[in-house]
Every structure is written in structure tokens, then in C-alpha cells.
Write a protein of this length. Structure first.
Length: 177
């Protein structure tokens, strides 16, 4: 499988997040899976790519012209694709992936997670999404999603093809199932 991973691009992250991202990358590669991600060697994005590479896994990076101009470090990927903007990059990452993992992050990470699960909801995409809930980071979001379903404001069960995990090993096994 090729797994698309979303996660924070921030610098100066708590080690608990960085360590979990590295471990996720190692676990994906140990199970024989490749990864596609946002391409930069920063934050949790970079940490997961280093984890995949540490176990000899394949990494595809999709960067953008705009972010390149900001001088961000690019991870040494086996394959590097450059798109014009974030929306095109997101479409390309989704096309290249068989499954998705969302790690803790900020606006960009939320955007990517919600695009994928709403495409699944609309029937445009058939793929599993896993959330790596490091330190309970996503608890408020999970509560909000449950509330959206309980009130009927979200018309489908958001957990269909989407699951929350505290550790990478069961997460990867679920993606494989
Ligand atoms: C000036 C500055 C900090 C620009 C950073 N901007 C970005 N850098 C790298 N990846 C990004 C950026 N914006 C969105 N993304 C995408 O969204 C996630 C990171 O966004 P964030 O840090 O959670 O929100 C990554 O999965 C990546 O694919």
C-alpha cells in the first residue's frame, strides 16, 4: 500500500509528537508500505518521513512552488513532485494514496483530513482514514464529529472508513484489514 500522511509542519514541537510520528513512519515501512506526504523536512511531516526512510521504505513528496519560495527544507524523497498550489498538491497526494493517516497538526492538517473524509462521504473516494491520536490531541475533534452525527447535522456515520488509534501498530493493521 501507499499511505498518505498528514501532520503538522511546525517547528519546535514537543518530543511526544515527534517520537510518535517517527514511530508511525517506521511501522509503515516495516509492514512494507510506502508513503506519500507534503515533501518538506519540517515538523511531524519530516519526522514520519525520517521514520519510513530509517526502515528503507519508499517516500514520495509533493511540494508546491509557493512553499518552495519560502525556503523550506525538502526531504530527500525517492520521488519528488512539485505542484503549483496547495489545492492541486492535495489532489495529487490523494490520487497517489491507497489509505490516509492524520497525525496531530494545525489548519493544513485539518483541511487535508476533512477533504479526504468528505470525499469518502460523497462517494468520490473509497479509502480508509486513520487518526493517530497522540496524547489525546484529537479528543475534542472526535467529540465534535460524534456530536455532528448525534444531532443529525452530519447525515452519515463519520466512523465509516475512519478510525482513531493511540499507537501506530494497530493503526497500520487496521489499514491493512
Ligand atoms: C509559512 C509557513 C509556515 C508555511 C507552511 N505551510 C505549509 N508547509 C508545509 N505543509 C503544509 C503547509 N500548509 C499546508 N500543508 C499541508 O498541511 C499539513 C501541515 O499543515 P499544518 O502545519 O498542520 O497547518 C501537511 O500535511 C501539509 O501537507
Amino acid at each position: 500500500m501507499r499511505v498518505c500522511v498528514f501532520g503538522s509542519s511546525s517547528l519546535n514541537l514537543d518530543a511526544v509528537y515527534v517520537d510518535a510520528a517517527f514511530e508511525l513512519g517506521r511501522t509503515l515501512a516495516k509492514h512494507g508500505h510506502g508513503m506519500v506526504f507534503g515533501g518538506y523536512d519540517v515538523g511531524l511531516m519530516g519526522a514520519v518521513a525520517h521514520g519510513v526512510a530509517a526502515e528503507g521504505g519508499n517516500v514520495i513528496g509533493v511540494v508546491t512552488e509557493g512553499l518552495n519560495q519560502k525556503g523550506r527544507d525538502i526531504f530527500p524523497c525517492e520521488e519528488l513532485i512539485c505542484e503549483s498550489d496547495l489545492a492541486t498538491r492535495k489532489t495529487r497526494m490523494i490520487e497517489l494514496a491507497d489509505a490516509f493517516v492524520t497525525m496531530p497538526g494545525g489548519l493544513g492538517t485539518f483541511d487535508e483530513f476533512f477533504v479526504v473524509v468528505s470525499q469518502v462521504k460523497a462517494g468520490e473516494l473509497d479509502a480508509k482514514s486513520a487518526i493517530l491520536n497522540v496524547g489525546g490531541y484529537f479528543d475534542p475533534m472526535v467529540e465534535m464529529l460524534d456530536r455532528a452525527c448525534e444531532t443529525g447535522l452530519n447525515s452519515t456515520d463519520w466512523r465509516r472508513d475512519c478510525e482513531v488509534f493511540n499507537a501506530p501498530e494497530p493503526l497500520v493493521e487496521w489499514l491493512e484489514g
